[in-house]
Design a binder for this molecule. Sequence first.
Ligand SMILES: Nc1nc2c(c(=O)[nH]1)N(C=O)[C@@H](CNc1ccc(C(=O)N[C@@H](CCC(=O)O)C(=O)O)cc1)CN2
Ligand SMILES: Nc1ncnc2c1ncn2[C@@H]1O[C@H](COP(=O)(O)OP(=O)(O)OP(=O)(O)O)[C@@H](O)[C@H]1O
Length: 193
Amino acid sequence: MAAPHIIPDPDEAKRALRAAMRARRLAEPPDAATLDALRAALDAAVHAIDPDGPVAAIWPLPGEPDLRPLLRHWHEAGRSICLPKTHAPGVALTFHTWEPDGAMHDGPYGTRHPGGDPVLPSVVLVPLLAFDRRGHRLGYGGGFYDRTLAALPTSRPVGFGLSWQEVTDVPTGRYDRPLDMIVTEREVIRIGF
Ligand SMILES: Nc1nc2c(c(=O)[nH]1)N(C=O)[C@@H](CNc1ccc(C(=O)N[C@@H](CCC(=O)O)C(=O)O)cc1)CN2
Ligand SMILES: Nc1ncnc2c1ncn2[C@@H]1O[C@H](COP(=O)(O)OP(=O)(O)OP(=O)(O)O)[C@@H](O)[C@H]1O
């Protein structure tokens, strides 16, 4: 009998990779020098894309690289910084201006976000659990960034993470679009430039 024709399910493959990358991230937290190198590489990469436009960043969840020192540096240099607000599942994120001493509100999944009106970022820093050299990323599985970036065609998406998070091929589904750039503590991978 002929082997059944099996179409790989990207959501199933993503779930397995997500669990593996989460476990490794908890087991191997980055040292201070690695985080400094990542923030310095991001500073240079974002400056090259847009020296003064509004940047969407993240407020770190447990285990994610902490970008807050870089956000304070950018804010002091006069750059506008915004952070995502998470709405219901299936709804795009909105970005809201962050001030270093401004109030933060609790959102779903342990996220925190500023109040105020939504703003349109020039560059969107995109968190990831895994990435590949074609610019594909694996996130937490809500599809939040896929939906959000699809609605913001003028914002340049820049993924960031640690070099060990690179895999040969991130499983992709019909809604996944490659990032323009991925920055790690070791290198800048240009895809859409
Ligand atoms: N810092 C940060 N903010 C972000 C995201 C992100 O990945 N990182 N998001 C990206 O889309 C959106 C929020 N989406 C999320 C969707 C699911 C989970 C989630 O499953 N969290 C786990 C705990 C994660 C962990 O500790 O490893 C949970 O609640 O069980 C988190 C955020 C917007 N804000
Ligand atoms: N623009 C979209 N419209 C409708 N469904 C979408 C869209 N983008 C993603 N999805 C669906 O959302 C689900 C989660 O997507 P995916 O696994 O790519 O999330 P993720 O990129 O890991 O998560 P996140 O972006 O929240 O970090 C998938 O079932 C996917 O098909």
